[in-house]
Write a protein that binds this ligand. Structure first.
Ligand SMILES: [Ca+2]
Ligand SMILES: [Ca+2]
Length: 473
């Protein structure tokens, strides 16, 4: 089974239950071809202010053959109904073979209709995980946890909470964030169900989708750029200022970003990339008056008509801002992230530089926020708070919901290459707070604390960062 896209949206039932970002409007151009450029159209009549663009990033795959979509080859379960091959764990291997919805022996069922049970699947090809799709054919909606298996005993929880697949048949489709990649490849999936509130949940098949090749995913900054106009002359505010990694700090007019000749009217910036890729994502870094991008043309390497995206959503986002077009999923996001992917920081990389950034946090500081969106993937609506840390600093991070019974805090510490270096869901059994205690920073740089809600929960929170420099020991 080959998909045109590395991600396939399966299961509208799940989508209905989620808080889904706006879908992109797209033209009829062919969309399974390598991409080599991006043209961004600004309508600066919206605010009559310069929408400066600092950098443009293209994320994609070197080939459309590297995505592996596979069904389980073997399965074990904590129990099974009966003792024959009917309803056995093996019925959850292979492609879906249960027609329609109902109690059928071609799907796995547990021994009792009310138990908590576990189903563990193995796959032929270990992959860098992108997505897991679980096909439920009888009383769906009882999945409470899904983990990926790596190595001998390591696991990564990719879903926890309330299964939204309440209508039968139901497909629970879980996408794995790029930064949640495992240290090694995933070879298995473990599913826990709790049938206390319904009858038998039967599972027909489980698909594991991922990348077969490390390095197949390419992230690149624009190499060259041109624009319909530019502010001033010389080296400042030129189109070339939108090439390379982001180098404009915080929000405001900066000559390290491209600006058009006037702050009014329609302008375009076209960015070109060194390596054509099958696109997954385009990120546009905006450091001044973002929200005026009204159209993005994704330029195909073979010169055929571009993919044109309009209806880009929220026109008054925060600043600085990353406009993310998720081409694989046809979604648009306005992200409160600025320094990502190891982008270098000019000048003195001290906390003072970050203090002008609205979403920064300092040592000994408590900030308040609210998770208001269940997010691009269930359980991972989030706020990002950045800080500058030095190697050897010891941190304790505490996240607490401030509204009774809403947010189940989930906190991540992410380094400057988007790698999660620590995570915590519940500080203690029965607690909805999250704590990362005594974390020693492995390197010096800009870190991100990602405050999130487990299981798609939302609500207000406080986040406290305590940091002790290494030299104070
Ligand atoms: Ca720049
Ligand atoms: Ca089956």
């Amino acid at each position: 089974m080959k998909s045109r896209w590395p991600y396939t949206i399966i299961g509208t039932l799940l989508v209905l239950a989620l808080n889904v970002p706006p879908l992109l409007s797209q033209n009829e151009a062919q969309d399974n071809k390598p991409v080599s450029g991006v043209r961004i159209t600004l309508d600066q009549t919206i605010t009559n202010g310069w929408n400066e663009i600092d950098a443009v990033e293209l994320v994609g795959l070197t080939t459309d053959e590297v995505v592996v979509r596979q069904w389980a080859i073997s399965a074990e379960a904590s129990s099974q109904y009966g003792s024959s091959s009917n309803w056995s764990p093996a019925q959850a291997t292979g492609a879906p073979d249960t027609a329609g919805c109902g109690d059928q022996a071609t799907a796995w069922a547990s021994a009792t209709s009310t138990g908590q049970d576990t189903l563990t699947l193995s796959y032929d090809t270990p992959v860098i995980p992108l997505e897991v799709n679980i096909y439920q054919t009888y009383h769906p909606g009882a999945i409470v946890r899904v983990e990926l298996l790596e190595g001998d005993s390591a696991t990564l929880t990719i879903f926890e909470g309330v299964d939204p697949a309440l209508y039968c048949p139901g497909v629970l489709s879980i996408r794995v964030r790029a930064e949640a990649h495992l240290e090694t490849l995933a070879y298995g999936v473990r599913i826990k169900i709790n049938q206390a509130e319904r009858s038998w949940t039967e599972i027909d098949a489980i698909e594991l989708v991922g990348l077969a090749e490390d390095g197949a995913l390419v992230r690149q900054w624009a190499g060259i750029a041109r624009a319909s106009s530019r502010y001033g002359s010389g080296d400042t505010w030129s189109p070339a200022r939108a090439t390379g990694a982001p180098d404009s700090l915080g929000c405001g007019d900066q000559s390290t970003a491209w600006a058009s000749a006037t702050a009014k009217g329609i302008d375009t910036l076209t960015a070109f990339f060194a390596k054509p890729v099958y696109p997954i994502e385009v990120n546009v870094y905006q450091n001044s008056q973002p929200g005026q991008i009204v159209r993005v043309d994704v330029l195909l390497a073979d010169g055929t008509p571009p993919l044109v995206f309009t209806d880009l959503g929220d026109l008054t986002p925060f600043c600085p801002n990353v406009l993310r077009l998720n081409l694989a999923r046809r979604e648009v996001l306005h992200m409160p992230m600025f320094w990502t992917n190891g982008a270098t920081i000019a000048g003195d990389p001290a906390q003072a530089i970050l203090s002008g950034y609205a979403n920064s946090i300092a040592y000994s500081q408590t900030v308040e926020g609210e998770i208001i969106d269940a997010g691009v993937r269930r359980g991972y609506g989030f706020d990002d708070w950045i800080f500058y840390g030095a190697i050897g600093d010891t941190l304790t991070i505490t996240m607490q919901g401030t509204q009774e019974g809403n947010l189940d805090s989930l906190v991540f510490l992410i380094d400057d290459t988007d790698k999660i270096i620590a995570r915590n869901d519940d500080a203690a059994p029965g607690s909805f707070d999250a704590t990362l205690a005594d974390i020693v920073l492995p390197s010096t740089g800009v870190y991100t604390i990602r405050a999130s809600g487990s299981g798609g929960s939302v609500g207000a929170y406080t986040l406290t960062l305590q940091g002790k420099p290494a030299e104070s020991d």
